[in-house]
Design a protein around this ligand. Structure first.
Ligand code: ARG
Length: 455
């Protein structure tokens, strides 16, 4: 492609380090779309003839067909996707192919292709997140009143409902989807026409190519256009946060499926057995989803380090932007879809969770609140009395709701029979009617709100 100034072919090692077609072939459809828009614009502004534009358009169609049919010749000697397409175009249509690269450089070409790819990846990810949210919503609706222990420090804290717990993730994933939408909106400016770095002397119409490719507008600085990769960094940051959320839910599935917890069951479809221990059912899909964050956060770190300290504008370092980004979105897709599968597959063991919800003195706060409300005690004093009651119950091997009234009255004589109404897990959860609280009525209201948001 640049033979004019060179007399000797590159060393084999030079080719080995330089070649990118092995991975940037994933930009093929974006590259063709960019070339189509560019050729049509060049014709519209009179830089190339209608005949040449027509030949280029037909040649690009033929290339797309070859790619779809799996017969396009990807060749290392043409280094990357851009030159592979151009070389093939010349074989197919002859010298007119050479006019396609007028007013364009591989620098704005790759900036465009990669931006288009990341934009599509963001759109796909939003759809995958929303599918996961729908899966969680289905379970939350069915189990809006299923009691389970709510934890802090992974110690039983207060009773909640399974629906409420799942809705916490619906909120997290909702913010993840919003982050991808925000990133998409910010990246939606077209770098094509920046050419190598300084812009073009040809009378190009950048607004036209921007529009043809679905962008809101062209980028406003030609140097920034070819130098910027923060659109990918931002998408990878959103991916890393989303993967972190996935790993937390995955971890809970791992915990909940242990026989010790036994809160949920996964079907054979999402568990594996052990080759030596016949009793085992391992939650491999959850474990692997939990692990994906390593790869995804690694991709963000990798690209951050690639970009750090690079002078304006394009440097070949930036070719290293693609592999981690592709890998990260592949991993995130697997994680999101596997998690949606598990969310639909799982069956909560309601009795077991309810039983756990009522144990561990999880209604101690309810007793303290009752003392404040009924006896007008300061909360600190109520907390102290409750602590004594828990200690007594523990000594007798009883739950709080099983502690005889006489025992309670020995600690605080004004306590009446009434108190037992707040000491069950069901009463505790149902009483938390504050907006966003765990009362089943509140959970159902949130399920409804999200169903509307996702419809
Ligand atoms: N394969 C290159 C990349 O991915 C395309 C841009 C090459 N530009 C250049 N001036 N060598 O970054």
């Amino acid at each position: 492609m640049w033979g004019g100034r060179f007399s000797v072919k590159p060393a084999e090692l030079m080719q080995a380090i330089n070649v990118s077609i092995g991975f940037d072939k994933r930009l093929a459809s974006q590259d063709l779309a960019g070339s189509r828009a560019h050729a049509q614009m060049l014709e519209a502004v009179g830089v190339i003839s209608a005949d040449d534009a027509d030949a280029i358009g037909k040649g690009l169609d033929a290339i797309a067909a070859e790619m779809a049919g799996g017969v396009f010749p990807y060749r290392d000697e043409y280094e990357d996707i851009h030159m592979n397409v151009e070389a093939r175009l010349r074989e197919l249509i002859g010298p007119a192919a050479g006019r396609l690269h007028t007013a364009r450089s591989r620098n704005d070409q790759v900036a465009l292709d990669f931006r288009l790819w990341v934009r599509e990846a963001c759109d796909r990810t939003v759809a995958q997140i929303e599918d996961l949210q729908r899966a969680l919503l289905g379970q939350a609706e069915a189990h809006a009143d299923a009691l389970m222990p709510g934890f802090t420090h992974l110690q039983p804290a207060q009773p909640v409902t399974f629906g409420h717990h799942l809705m916490a993730y619906v909120e997290m994933f909702g913010r993840d989807a919003a982050r991808f939408r925000d990133a998409r909106a910010r990246m939606n400016e077209c770098p094509l026409g920046a050419a190598a770095l300084a812009g073009s002397p040809f009378p190009i119409d950048r607004a036209r190519t921007a529009k043809a490719l679905g962008f809101d507008r062209p980028t406003a600085n030609s140097m920034d256009s070819v130098a910027a990769r923060d659109f990918a960094l931002e998408a990878l940051a959103a991916a890393s946060i989303c993967a972190t959320h996935l790993s937390r839910l995955a971890e809970e599935i791992v915990i909940w499926t242990t026989p010790q917890f036994g809160f949920i069951k996964l079907s054979d479809a999402f568990t594996t057995g052990s080759s030596i221990m016949p009793q085992k059912r391992n939650p491999d899909a959850a474990e692997l989803t939990r692990a994906k964050v390593g790869r995804i956060l690694g991709a963000l770190t990798s690209l951050m380090v690639v970009m750090k300290g690079l002078p304006m504008t394009y440097s070949k370092d930036m070719q290293e932007d693609k592999v981690p980004t592709f890998e990260a979105f592949d991993a995130l897709e697997l994680g999101l879809t596997a998690m949606a599968g598990m969310a639909r597959d799982l069956t909560p063991v309601r009795e077991r969770m309810a039983e756990a919800a009522g144990s561990g003195y999880s209604t101690a706060t309810d007793l303290a609140d009752w003392l404040v409300r009924t006896l007008d005690l300061p909360f600190r004093e109520a907390h102290h009395i409750t602590g004594a009651a828990v200690k007594r119950a523990e000594g007798l091997g009883l739950d709080l709701s099983e502690l005889p009234l006489a025992e309670l009255q020995a600690i605080e004589p004004r306590i009446t029979d009434d108190v037992y109404q707040v000491l069950t897990a069901a009463a505790s959860a149902a009483s938390r009617m504050s907006y966003g609280g765990t009362a089943p009525a509140q959970v159902r209201a949130q399920v409804l709100r999200w169903k509307e948001l996702l419809s």
